[in-house]
Design a protein around this ligand. Sequence first.
Ligand code: XIL
Length: 349
Amino acid sequence: MFRVLQMLTLCFAITVLGCSKNQLEQCNDNTPLYTLADFPIGVAISPTQLEYNSDYRRIAFAQFNRFTPENALKPEALHPEQNAYSFFVADSLVALALQHEKTIHGHTLVWHNQLPSWMQNFKGNKQEWIDMMKVHIQTIVSHFADKVPSWDVVNEAFEDNGEFRENIWVENIGKDYIKLAFEFAREANPDALLFYNDFNVAEKSKKCKAIVEHLSQLKEDGVPIHGMGMQLHIFNSSPSENAIKTAVDAFVEKGFLMHFSEIDISMNANGDMKLTDGKLQKQGRRMKALVHIFQQIPTDQQFGITVWGISDIDSWIPSFFGREDYPLMYNENYEPKPMYCGFREGLVN
Ligand code: XIL
């Protein structure tokens, strides 16, 4: 009886104090995230921030063991002219990362955004387009062959409705450009792990189905596609965790390595941003749930979890979408938010 009373009192206290079982424990970041995980923990990195911002640098090196250059390995950064490559910034970033024993994930070889203008305006027949894409992929992959062990080869090739996205590649080469891109990448580095990467995969079931079917078919045909990058630019409110799990399972069943490749959790879905403790807690629980979904993937298919930046003020979301937002694990003072604690709790519980 005494026990029962004790339990009731405890439950009452917990409810009154707002300390429900959903409340994340406050935490610090003294124990690096990557030391708590059995798989790599990654972050999108800006070379400028890494060089000039000491808080950013401290956290990047302390917490993570994989870096995805956020923009520095994109076509417009590396391949500004048809016959000229610009490797200096990328090489310095990669060298610094390797000195600190970080792994690099390469992002991205073939995409419709952040292309140099010569590429967008390239004129040629189908074979000339194929040759151009081949030289682009192979020059970059070979350049980093002993330093970058994995690549997003093709990024965002499908529309939300499951159709192929219209882009310069499909228009000039045809749907086979995906298969060719992966084959060219393998020729340049037979040891690299090669990924397809996309967003809205949990939100849009037609998109998810189309990608699963396309990648599985290519894999059956012997095309070297090893993994799927689910970007996971998600909201506090959607998609549901069930929808995320369903999408993950669809790729896992087909044997793909899984990368949660660009996580951020936006709080401002409809433009009325007000930062509340409740929203921060919710964001933390979302992060924890993502980690738990990832942990249910068979270990030999767990490529890793990557967040798309360090602090809210480094995030691409406010400037890209023109809205106030707080989608990352650290606040503007580089202090860990509940989202960080959610990541941590997900790894340890
Ligand atoms: C974003 C970068 O974070 C921004 O700095 C840049 O201005 C635009 O691109 N999907 C991707 C990433 O695959 O490359 C994008 O990164 C975010 C959406």
